[in-house]
Design a protein around this ligand. Structure first.
Ligand code: FES
Length: 109
């Protein structure tokens, strides 16, 4: 198996109902994860992208659902399922991250 060019970590952390920080699952991370998987299968992009759901919080909860793409360390925030195809096309197929979904500078660093 070829080494994928990109590895996406999607926060799939879930907190109890009513928790003050909320969590990415409550903000739609499960649908985002499913959409990533669907598009991955449709495009047969296994040699290009690997997708992992994290069981622990990636930190910027209030910006969830969040995902980080390596090796670049590009952070996406407030992703919804309908955004995923654009991320695939623009970032993974054409090397151009989707600016409107980037985590604001200074949140992580
Ligand atoms: S719960 Fe997803 S970043 Fe904290």
């Amino acid at each position: 198996m070829a080494k994928p060019k990109y590895h996406v970590f999607i926060c799939a952390n879930q907190r109890p109902p009513g928790h003050s920080k909320g969590c990415c699952v409550d903000r739609g991370a499960t649908n985002v994860w499913q959409r990533f998987s669907e598009i991955m299968n449709l495009k047969m992009a296994y040699d290009k992208v690997m997708i992992s759901a994290t069981r622990s919080c990636l930190v910027p909860c209030q910006y969830g659902p969040v995902a980080v793409v390596y090796p670049e360390g590009v952070w996406y925030c407030r992703i919804q399922a309908e955004d995923v195809e654009e991320i695939f096309e623009s970032h993974f197929m054409n090397g151009k991250p989707v600016e409107r979904l980037l985590l604001p500078k200074g949140i992580i660093e």
